[in-house]
Design a protein around this ligand. Sequence first.
Ligand SMILES: [Zn+2]
Length: 456
Amino acid sequence: MATEEAAELPDLDNLDAYGRALADFADALVDLHVNAGAPTLRQVEERARADGRCLLSVSAISEALNGKRLPSLDFTAELVRQLTSNNGELLKEWIEQWRSVKRLQRKARVAQQRERQTGNHEDVLGENRDRSAGDVSVGVQESPDLITTDARAEAKAIAAEAKAHAMRVIKEAEEEANRLRSEAHTALREVESVTELPLGELENFLVAGRAALRQRLRQRSSLRITLLGPPGAGKGTQGIYLAKELDVPKVHLGEALRSNVARETKFGRIAKECMESGKLIPDDVLASMIFERLAEADASRGFLLDGFPRNLKQADLLAQWLAVRGVKIDMALLIDIPEEEALMRYEGRRICSHDRNHVFHLQHLPPKRYGICDSCGGTLALREDDSALTVRKRYEVYREDVTKVIDRHESEGQLVVIHGLGGVADCTKRAVDGLAMKAAQIDGLCSTRESPHPEG
Ligand SMILES: [Zn+2]
């Protein structure tokens, strides 16, 4: 480690020169400290910690002021910053001064090594003491003539600053987390004190409550429900699942129409003529087909009506027909989705060639085998009227007419609204929960809060 430069100098002079320079350096630090109003070392330590560049421990400051050893450049710079209120000019001078002492220290180190070789093991430079002042980058392992460059000092300062910043962020995050945790605990205690139940138990009660309401819904003596929603909302699919869940038939206007046309009934023949001449099928003809189906035995307790009524005239006809039988629509389930979502859904929709109730969707309800119906093995195809233009047209009709029907159901307290986004099973669950809650309200079992818990 010895260099020729160091070897040229007499060893003892080097040790001596370093000792004197270190003492002068320490004296100058003491002057700075006094000029700064002699703050307590604790105060200096705390200010440095707040600034976050370099940690100045009380003991390390004390060592520096007493000239026990040369502190690191970072430490010196920070101490000078603290004692001179960050005076840049003074800081430069101090860095120069530190460098000259450092040079002497290196030379002295060489001398000390020679002393050691001759049996003198005294630790003159304090190199083996605790390194709390953080002299790492300019440590013993470096070659003696390598002087820390400005760039290096700067890089070190930036790294120290970044680290300090990270520490501050972590500390702030910890404080914030503690605050939130404390708030959450307080809120939890408040809830528990109000309900006198632990929150977990409360959740169990809610789950059990919803299950009980669903059970009650299934056993209700009247389940006359209409399905409403924009095209593509999934009424058809949900109708199938809800019919199973509630054990009532799904009655679809399109099916009733096709069945009448196929059987060549009176209404079927009228409908066929209208369709062939491009005219609208009269409301009372459509209503008659629906009523014929609703009069069948399986619909005596209830039904899920899909596709009817589509306007107020049809709604009136239905209400009259039911009134004659001493019943009425119990609830209207509106499955709502945005128009753009509807268009997207139609593009992925596939209908079984054997049975139009076998509906699949490439994204939401894919068949097990591509293009093949899970239920009957029929081939799946895009329905002819699922084109974007047709869907937009149906949307116009929906906005024009069906929304009026929805408004009427709402004013009569029968409307249940759920959003139709997400998976089919989730949507069915929301629908059943919504209907169960509404049924409980209608039957006076619970207060008139609008929507039930959307999930679970
Ligand atoms: Zn099929």
